[in-house]
Design a protein around this ligand. Structure first.
Ligand code: MTE
Ligand code: MO
Length: 207
């Protein structure tokens, strides 16, 4: 009897612990999903890997353009992180492989007056980030999700992943990074979404 009660209490404690841990990881107003929703404006861009380029430009010492081979030659890394979409789904423990934004930025050296980036995608989508958020330790340009090449609808061949910001800032089909002195709104920011977009502060709308 006592043993059973103990076991039951242990189980309850374990459950509470699991719930508390999840609360710590899920920002306010978000709901965890196991699925991987696909969300974007417009049609899937048609990208040919031979023509693919990413251009780093704006306030940099030397502009750089990488083709696929030269991009893949950069040092690579993997991260495990949670992503949070402003439409209220969160996905935990997503695993991405690619090039850390910190490693890519070595190639251009932003000028001291660069404090923001505008990230560009094929098809014209853009999103802005403060340079500090763009260069967070867990931010990367990913070519793989869960060990598999990205699917076209998730941004193949390359997407940005910035776990510290709502997922609309994680630009799919990325083809450019523009370094800026002044903050410039991207596609959703021009339509009322937040210039920063920290999910823990629920910065969904507004500047
Ligand atoms: N190029 C581009 N990137 C984009 C978007 C988009 O419309 N175009 N949508 C953003 C939004 S709102 C979200 S939630 C995520 C969704 O990524 P997923 O489709 O891989 O889940 O992509 C982001 N990146
Ligand atoms: Mo989103």
């Amino acid at each position: 009897m006592a043993g059973q009660l103990h076991r039951r209490n242990d189980r309850l404690r374990g459950k509470k612990r699991a719930v508390a841990q999840q609360d710590d990881r899920v920002p306010p107003g978000q709901v965890v999903t196991e699925r991987f929703p696909v969300l974007h404006e417009g049609d899937l861009p048609h990208i040919k890997i031979a023509q693919w380029r990413i251009r780093l430009f704006g306030l940099v010492t030397a502009e750089r353009v990488f083709d696929w081979a030269s991009f893949r030659a950069l040092p690579s890394t993997s991260i495990k992180a949670d992503v949070h979409c402003v439409t209220r789904w969160s996905k935990l423990d997503t695993v991405w492989s690619g090039v850390a934004t910190r490693d890519l930025v070595q190639a251009v050296t932003p000028s001291p007056s660069a404090h923001y980036v505008l990230v560009h995608a094929a098809g014209g989508y853009t999103a802005n980030l403060e340079l500090g958020a763009f260069l967070a330790a867990d931010a990367l340009f990913a070519w793989a999700f869960d060990g598999q090449p990205l699917l076209p609808q998730h941004g193949w061949p390359l997407r940005l992943v910035v776990p510290g910001r709502y997922f609309w800032k994680s630009v799919k089909w990325v083809d450019g990074v523009e370094f800026l002195a002044e903050n410039r709104p991207g596609y959703w920011e021009e339509r009322g979404y937040h210039m920063v977009g920290d999910p823990w502060l629920e910065e969904r709308f507004g500047w």
